[in-house]
Design a protein around this ligand. Sequence first.
Ligand SMILES: [Fe+2]
Length: 167
Amino acid sequence: MRPRENEQTGPLTAFLMADHRRLEKLLQSAVAHVDQIDRGAYEQFRAGLLRHIGMEEKILLPAAQRLRDGEPLLIASRLRLDHGALATLLIPTPTTAVIATIRGILEEHNILEEGPGGLYEICDKLAGSEAAQLLAKLQAAPEVTVPALRHSYGDEHRTPGTGESWL
Ligand SMILES: [Fe+2]
């Protein structure tokens, strides 16, 4: 989703939307061949999405809450639920079904963040003169160290963990 025409895109919106597009391209590359998932592209997507989620969970949402005198955004709890679900889906071996589920969640989730009145627009407005400083913090967010993907064989015998500890 693009911001409305004639509306200037704020720096936080521009940066985070560009990262969404980058992640979409990586996921697209991972499934470019019908019968084989490109593990290299998927690994980059997985690390990138976890870093992106980390930027929002650890930097953006707390900043928004601080700028609202400690009041969390109404949208924050829904976004956090989505982030938890996405992180968990990034744990197992990527199958077509897992990737379809991730895409389904991201489609709605990205609208809530990018759309008019969404998270990014709200944050640009709240940040005001602090936007550049907040952007620098997002840009400096560390890469996320993720465990290697599990092998397909035996996945069903392992207890699914939660991805939240990576965030
Ligand atoms: Fe998000």
